[in-house]
Design a protein around this ligand. Structure first.
Ligand code: GTP
Ligand code: MG
Length: 565
């Protein structure tokens, strides 16, 4: 088998990150076999729209299969077997409740050929649902296949590193700016993880296509907006626009045949019915899909389940085009200036470390709200780092016009029309200023508004008011209660103070095997005492040098114990 091995390290930092990711091939996991990687034509100025990125990824996913392997699969033999059906373009192994391989063929026909040689399992004690999907299992019929397994390097976990490990890693950096970039590198989605997300959508589409052959299932939210952390959920959107007639053009005269279709009371009703049926199919027929819950009475009806082979927690929605637009908007902001992504990653990570955000729904601030808060802060810099949404709307051309359920979702898609102002603030300055900004923000009376890039008077009573960028009468942080907001403010105050104290790397930076003293950003990720504060009124925040000292000591003790064991 002719195999050309390409070796280059993946980086996803800065402008065009997701798009650039498409062009690069990972060190350990990806090999170009037989064919060369197709060069991706980036759009003007190195930017690629989310739409173009998604289309390319979807196409890749449709040529791919997901295979559950034995943990000691013989890699060479496996590839030889797989390449009998056609050129393999890329492959990688990963671990998630077992060992898996993603194999991308150069042509879709290879998948059909692979299916021809794939057997139905013969199980005598159980019955099988005869639904064939691109999730396959590899069985070895020979016993001598064990050596030459994929080494540790070639397997990649699909979750982020534990917080303590991150704190140690950051402590070794020499500046706060480097700590922030290092955090982004450690937490952002990898090339393989992005591919896996699109592949899971594509596998789901195969189920939905039984009813709606022209449908697509697209990821949205943090899986594609550039702010996704390894381990984040997979938000999926069942797109039936090509069938709905929404974008169809009608002839003005002559005869016309129309499909007869079942009618329902409302669009919401249609969405609920479709999701109910597809949810049932996912539950009954979807290999690897477990814990299916149909949450159809939510404001945005959804089907939630775990996809075991990928380890992703999945939310499938339909008729959720505003969320797709928010995703596009966040992606655009993230591509405009690399500081946007770095700051969002850092603030999201900081918030998670202090349980300001949570994966469980509740009165917590959501990652989406937190991202909007970072964007708003960056619009308020002088000069602003990113433009307002109204400005992006003013730059839009006729092709960008988008009105969804009476909401104006128009904004420019041609990045080259956007002129940025020359703000040269460092990441360290911005992080510090972010905490100061929100430590002093008048949450009681003011609302955050990225459309105008200005604080507004609160239109309704809610502890935290962040105007929904597209559905402008809604508050994206309606769920947040006063206690959670108070904790956020108290933590901003503490973190701002901590950063002032901790601006330089501490002495004692690691001789081998010795603990490294956290400093700068890593101190901000240590457990805080303000979590215990019930209300701003009850206890005033004060600099807590003794507390910080004891936190640092306890971390050192932990490390010493780990090093001994
Ligand atoms: P994580 O999943 O926490 O990593 O972040 P996420 O950005 O994916 O958030 P989430 O899964 O909660 O929501 C997915 C997407 O739905 C977001 O990125 C937004 O585009 C959109 N979204 C979530 N909440 C709201 C909301 O309250 N209003 C609007 N307009 N969109 C929302
Ligand atoms: Mg999400």
């Amino acid at each position: 088998m002719a195999a050309s091995f390409t070796v280059c390290r993946l980086h996803m930092i800065g402008r065009g990150s997701l798009a650039k990711c498409l062009q690069k091939v990972d060190t350990f996991l990806h090999r170009n076999i037989g064919t060369n990687v197709v060069a991706v034509q980036e759009e003007k100025n190195g930017f690629k729209s989310l739409y173009a990125v998604q289309a390319e990824r979807q196409e890749q996913a449709e040529r791919s299969v997901l295979i559950s392997c034995h943990s000691r699969t013989n890699e060479k033999k496996f590839l030889k077997h797989m390449s009998k059906h056609g050129d393999i373009k890329k492959y990688f192994f990963y671990e998630s409740y077992g060992m898996y391989a993603v194999v991308e063929y150069a042509n879709q026909e290879s998948v059909a050929s692979l299916f021809e040689g794939t057997a139905i399992p013969s199980i005598s004690h159980e019955s099988l649902v005869p639904f064939k999907s691109r999730l396959l299992s590899l069985r070895s019929l020979d016993s001598a296949d064990l050596p030459n397994q994929p080494s540790g390097k070639k397997r990649q976990a699909q979750t982020s590193i534990p917080i303590n490990e991150l704190i140690q890693r950051l402590a070794k950096e020499e500046s706060i700016d480097q700590q922030i970039t290092s955090l982004t590198e450690a937490y952002q989605l990898t090339e393989e993880n992005c591919r896996l997300r699109f592949l899971v959508c594509s596998l789901l589409k195969d189920i939905a296509a039984a009813f709606f052959p022209e449908c697509t299932i697209k990821p949205f939210g943090s899986s594609v907006n550039g702010f996704g952390k390894l381990g984040c959920d997979l938000d999926m959107f069942l797109d039936l626009d090509s069938i709905s007639g929404r974008n169809a053009t009608m002839p003005k005269s002559g005869l016309l045949l129309e499909y007869q279709m079942k009618r329902a009371n409302s669009e919401r009703n249609v969405t609920q019915n479709i999701l109910s049926v597809i949810g049932e199919c996912v539950d009954q027929f979807g290999p690897g899909c477990v814990g299916v819950q149909k949450i159809l009475n939510a404001r945005c009806p959804l089907v939630r389940f775990a996809h075991q082979p990928s380890g992703f927690q999945c939310d499938l929605t339909a008729n959720n085009r505003v969320a797709m637009k928010s995703t596009e908007l966040l992606y655009l902001y993230g591509e405009l200036d690399p500081r946007v992504r770095h700051l969002v990653f850092t603030v999201r990570c900081w918030a998670r470390a202090h349980s300001i955000t949570s994966s469980i729904p509740g009165a917590w601030i959501s990652n989406f709200s937190l991202t909007v808060m970072v964007l708003f802060f960056l619009q308020r810099r002088s000069p602003p780092i990113i433009p307002t949404l109204d400005h992006l709307r003013d730059l839009a051309g006729p092709e960008d016009k988008s009105v969804i359920e009476d909401n104006d979702c128009t904004f420019v898609s041609d990045f080259t029309k956007i002129q940025l102002e020359s703000n040269t603030e460092t990441l360290e300055q911005l992080l510090c200023e972010f905490f100061e900004f929100y430590a002093a923000f008048s949450f009681r009376t003011r609302s955050i508004n990225i459309r105008k890039g200005k604080e507004q008077n609160k239109p309704e009573v809610a502890p935290l008011h962040i105007q929904n960028p597209f559905e402008t009468t809604l508050n994206v942080s309606k769920n947040v209660n006063a206690t959670q907001l108070d904790r956020f403010v108290a933590l901003c105050q503490e973190s701002s103070w901590l950063l002032q104290q901790n601006k330089t790397a501490q002495s004692g930076v690691g001789t081998k095997g010795k603990a490294i003293t956290p400093w700068g950003l890593s101190t901000l990720l240590l457990p805080s005492q303000v979590a215990a504060i019930k209300s701003r009124k009850r206890r005033k925040w004060e600099p807590a040098s003794e507390r910080i000292k004891s936190l640092l000591e306890s971390l050192k003790d932990n490390n010493n114990q780990q090093n001994k064991s």
